[in-house]
Design a protein around this ligand. Structure first.
Ligand code: DQQ
Length: 576
């Protein structure tokens, strides 16, 4: 034993832990720099550059907007504790979507129409650049109603004070409209048609039919329900936090449109957060403004292929805005904890938001692309770049020189030896496939990817990786974010996540970008075609003890055509 080098020991451990014989040759020694992450050892799961308040519970992003050059983000917040309840709209502002200044809560229970809670909603810019907010209030009967609020002082770029309309509620369930009072919430940003009417969607369900109920108004105060919902689907249950926006058809990357833009050059996206599944699904389709009907290319009721999701991990209640400063559409989303409620109470906080993402339609027209806003790259320091190199089957390479607990990593692989791909005879749910074929299950081409937030002995790590199958004579790329070994604390939800990525590795390299931040791992496969966010709670791989590796546990070698990794500086987020 005494003669065994640390390299061989590490590999033996990887084999032992992942249950595979790994014949590896090149393991770089750990020369990690010890950049301070400012996380105290008793709070190892607080993030350094993801949005969160100093304490307590947060959920949905609300009413994001840009006003007088400042980004505003409101969010569902419990001022009294780290579990959901007592909900108000907390408020932060930012110049760059990275650093955030906390302000006092903007909207809180104060009138009958919201006395039992101020739930989710959206902002709309009225002509003349005047922002208004529509949000769901919970009234004295616990009915869900829609309310309007507007800034007290438009010359205050911080928009600190909000006044509620004396006409609230503006939309309410009644005997006449037969709307279920406990399933009527989360108004979208409104858009204006050529007829001069504003339109807004409210999430709803009737029995198990999910619906985006449409209301119209000339003056933003008097709203009339349209004869039919903009869209609905059997069996989908309550549609929370709908979002509806145009995207450029075949446009340049990263260019967005104001929510009211319409015409032959656009397609429309309807996103709904399915309460029954707790995932955000989106449909791409055609909006007929004259009939106010949305027809998806591939809907929930069409069983030929599954409806797409923004993120195949932990991600919910998202919302976009058109950023008129940078001409892009930006997506904000909530990431819940995967730990127990007891742990949340102990640590005194719960919930974060993802890094805001730019979002646009892929040139195929078949799906959206998401990419972390470019401003986040300002936090990158100490770059590490690898020359192109082969990653042989069974090889495990340490990425040295970065703060692995707080990092941004981009890696690209060129796949070879396609004949070695495992054959997938029958279609399988990708998440189940990731559970069955984790990082430790040897394959033909793959699994290969990154082991992040790994402890030195590899007892803990989160594996973000690809595995390529041959399915119906085509290459099928599976992407997994497998947190089943992320922590020795087995009370956390450690279900592996996965999706297929629409990339043909025969013609293009397979890219992966992973943002690592203490207890969150946000991964983007195929240049933003597939996103998976994981929450993980290592007990060993915390702070400076966390390590990062590239690995290949397939029989075939793959070529790393690029590896660029950076330590990430801590952002100034809400005084943290
Ligand atoms: N969260 C809000 C609701 C919304 C749900 C309440 C989605 O308005 O439907 O906090 O997470």
């Amino acid at each position: 034993m005494a003669n065994l080098s640390p390299i061989i020991l590490l590999l033996a451990l990887f084999s032992l832990i992942y249950g595979n014989a790994i014949a590896s040759h090149h393991v770089h020694r750990n020369l990690q720099t010890h950049q301070s992450s400012d996380s105290s050892s008793n709070q190892p799961y607080r993030t350094a550059y993801h949005f969160q308040p100093p304490k307590n519970w947060i959920n949905d992003p609300n009413g994001p907007m840009r006003y007088k050059g400042l980004y505003h983000l409101f969010y569902q917040y419990n001022p009294k504790g780290s579990v959901w309840g007592n909900i108000v709209w907390a408020h932060s502002v930012s110049k760059d979507l990275v650093n955030w200044i906390p302000l006092d809560a903007a909207i809180f229970p104060s009138q009958p129409s919201d006395i039992n809670g101020c739930w989710s909603g959206s902002a709309t810019m009225l002509p003349g650049g005047k922002p208004v907010i529509l949000y769901t209030g919970i009234d004295p009967n616990n009915h869900q109603v829609q309310n309007l609020a507007f800034p007290k002082n438009l010359s205050d770029p911080f928009l600190r004070e909000w006044i509620k309309s004396p006409k609230n509620p503006l939309m309410a369930p009644t005997v006449a409209n037969k709307i279920n009072s406990t399933s009527f919430r989360d108004p979208t940003t409104a858009w204006k048609g050529k007829d001069g009417y504003w339109r807004v969607l409210i999430g709803n369900k009737v029995n198990s039919v999910g619906r985006a109920v449409l209301y119209k108004s000339k003056d933003f105060v008097n709203w009339v329900e349209a004869k039919q919902p903009l869209h609905s689907a059997q069996g989908t249950g309550m549609w929370e936090c709908p979002d509806f926006f145009p995207v450029l058809n075949n446009g340049p990357i990263n260019v967005g449109l104001d929510t009211s833009v319409d015409g032959d050059h656009v397609r429309h996206v309807l996103k709904v957060s399915l309460d029954d599944k707790k995932h955000d699904y989106y449909l791409i389709g055609t909006y007929d403004a004259s009939q106010d009907v949305f027809t998806p290319d591939n809907g929930f009721e069409d069983n030929s292929q599954p409806v797409l999701r923004y993120d195949y991990g932990k991600y919910y209640a998202s919302k976009t805005i058109f950023d008129d400063g940078k001409n892009r559409r930006v997506l904000f989303g909530w990431v819940n904890e995967s730990s127990s409620q007891n742990d949340d109470i102990k640590k005194g906080w719960s919930g974060i938001h993802t890094i805001p993402r730019s979002i646009w339609l892929h040139k195929s027209g078949k799906q959206l692309i998401q990419w972390p806003v470019q401003e986040i790259e300002n936090l990158r320091v100490n770059p590490v770049n690898w020359p192109t190199r082969l990653l042989k089957g069974g090889e495990l390479l340490q990425v040295n020189g970065i703060t692995a607990v707080q990092a941004d990593v981009e890696i690209s692989f060129q796949v070879r030896e396609f004949q070695k791909a495992e054959v997938l005879k029958n279609w399988a749910d990708p998440q189940i496939l990731c559970g069955m074929k984790g990082a430790g299950v040897k394959g033909g081409i793959g699994p290969f990817g990154l082991l992040v937030l790994a402890s030195k002995d590899l007892q803990e790590s989160t594996a973000v990786f690809f595995r390529i199958f041959r399915y119906q004579n085509k290459n099928l790329v599976l992407m997994c974010s497998d947190q089943s070994r992320s922590s020795l604390n087995k009370e956390n939800d450690m279900t592996p996540f996965g999706t297929f990525v629409d990339v043909d590795p025969l013609h293009e390299n397979l890219s992966l970008r992973t943002l690592i931040d203490h207890s969150v791992v946000e991964s983007f496969g195929g240049e933003g075609k597939a996103c998976i966010t994981s929450r993980v709670y290592p007990t060993l791989a915390i702070n400076e003890k966390a390590q990062l590796y590239a690995f290949n546990n397939g029989t075939s070698s793959v070529r790393i055509t690029r590896l660029s990794a950076w330590s990430m500086k801590k952002a100034n987020i809400n005084g943290n």
